[in-house]
Design a protein around this ligand. Sequence first.
Ligand code: UDP
Ligand code: MG
Length: 310
Amino acid sequence: MLSVIIPAYNEEENIAPAARAIGAVLRDAEISYELLFVNDGSADESWRVIRTLSETDPAVRGLCFSRNFGKEAAIFAGIAAARGDCCVVIDCDLQHPPEKIVDMYRLWEQGFEVIEGVKASRGKESAGYGLAARVFYRLISKSTGMDLMNASDFRLLDRKAMDSLLSMGEQHAFFRALSSWIGFRTATVEFDVQPRAAGQTKWTTRALVRYALTNITSFTTAPMQLITVMGVITLVVSVIMGVVALWQKFSGVALGGFTTVIILQLFTGSLVMMSLGIIGHYLAKIYDEIKARPRYIISDCCGGKQEDKP
Ligand code: UDP
Ligand code: MG
C-alpha cells in the first residue's frame, strides 16, 4: 500500500479537491493507497474538512497538531503514522501534479527506494524570491555536497528509507536534504510546478529567512569555519599593519593614523560580534536539540481503525 502524506496548513479550500484528484489518479492506476492529511495547526476549517472526508472515504486518515509546528514536522508525523510499504509526500495545494505519483510508484516497483521529484521549471515566482532561493540552494548544495538546486519535498520513500528517517532524533530535520542524505537506490522524476490551486502561500519572507538559516546550520558547520578563515585573514592584515606601524614609529612619523585606528576598531568589533552571533546560533541549536522536546504534538486523529491510533 502507498501512503500519501499531505501536510495542510490553512488549506480548507484545497483539501477536498486534493483528495479527489489524488484518489482518482491512484484508483485509475490501480494502486492501493491511503491519504494521510496532517493538519498543521490550521486556524481555518481544515480539520473539520478532513474529519468529514474521513467519515465518507475510508482511504482518508487525518492527524491534527495541537498548534502549527511547520511543514517538516507535519511530514515526519505523516511518515511515523503511515501504514504503507512506501509513502509519498505531496503538497495540499496541487502544485505537485498527482499523475507523477504513478510514475514514482512504478519506479518504486522496479526496486528504487527513494524517488525524488525534481522541478523542471519553478513555476511562477517573483524575481527576488527566485534569486534568494537560488542563493540558498547554492549554499546548501555546496556545503552538503548534494544537489538540491531543483529538489522539492515531493518524493516517494520506501519503508526502509522511512524507517531510517524516523530513527534520526534531530529536532530540526530538513526533510528534503535528509532524504537524499540517507542514500538508498535513488531515481528522479521531473515535474512542472503548477500554480497554487487556491489560497495563498504560507511563507512570509521572515519565515523563509528563518527556514534558510535553520536548514543551513542544521546541515553544515561551514559558517563556523568561515569565522576561522576570517580570523586568519584579519591576522594577516594585522601583521602587515603592525609592521607598518612599527616602521613608522622607528622612523619618527608615528602620529596621525587616527582614521586607521577607528576603522580597524570598528572592523574587528563587528567581526567579533558576528562571529559570536554565529557561534550563538549553533549554541542555540545545541540547546534546542538537547532539550529533546517532541517535534510535534498530536491532539486528534481521525479515519482508519480506531484501535491503532498513533
Ligand atoms: N504547510 C504546512 N505547515 C506550514 C506551512 C505549510 O503544513 O507551516 C504545507 C501547506 O499546507 C502545503 C505545503 O506545506 O501543503 C506547501 O506550502 P505552500 O504551498 O505554502 O509553500 P510553497 O508551495 O509556496 O513553497
Ligand atoms: Mg505551494
